[in-house]
Unconditional design. Sequence first.
Length: 216
Amino acid sequence: MGYFGDIYDVSKSILTGMGVTLKYFVNPKTITTVQYKRPERRGEGELHEVPHLPDMHKGIHYLETEECIMCWQCANICPVDCIVIEGTRDGEVEGAYQGNRANLTRFTIDYSLCIYCNLCCEACPETSTCIHMGKEFDFTSYDQGSLVKNLLTDEKFTKEDLRFTTNAQSKIEELAEEKKRKAAEAQAARKAAAAAKKAAAAKKAASTPDTPAKKD
Ligand code: SF4
Ligand code: SF4
């Protein structure tokens, strides 16, 4: 295309763009830009628009903690490894959150990594179905470290939360050791009982006189 052809194309493109601007100028109701302000930037009583979210909107997750069986299915399927779950089924941990037969000390999602694919929710077993993608979308921050959500408190994951999970870890390991020790003791007891039973049977057999053979 020649020089004048290029001028024609550029002019046409500018006029098309200006036509769209003019359309919204004369009929502002069709504007799709939403004047939304983050809560911390909103003045007292200041009006702001709430975006319309479609029914299928997949936003920030929430967890029905009491239904969670701590099976790690959601964390295992996550393609970007942004779910961290810690806890125990071996006993009580002070300050832990009560799941379904599980004590949860950490359940976080890092939103600097999450791609909102919904796989975690689909992997959650039918018996629990406790992790969901909600309507919430405002989980923003100026620093990457604050983009981790604590699903146990429904708030950002704080330094105190991290301190709690770190301290709880030693208790979790202690409970696991205790469980292992008890299982080993129980197995040893079972083995000893079986050996004693066998020895008693052998002794009984040795002390029983042979039955005389039948005469015709
Ligand atoms: S939505 Fe996808 S990326 Fe985000 S936590 Fe779930 S599985 Fe991971
Ligand atoms: S898949 Fe569901 S039940 Fe299992 S750990 Fe995740 S949220 Fe809990």
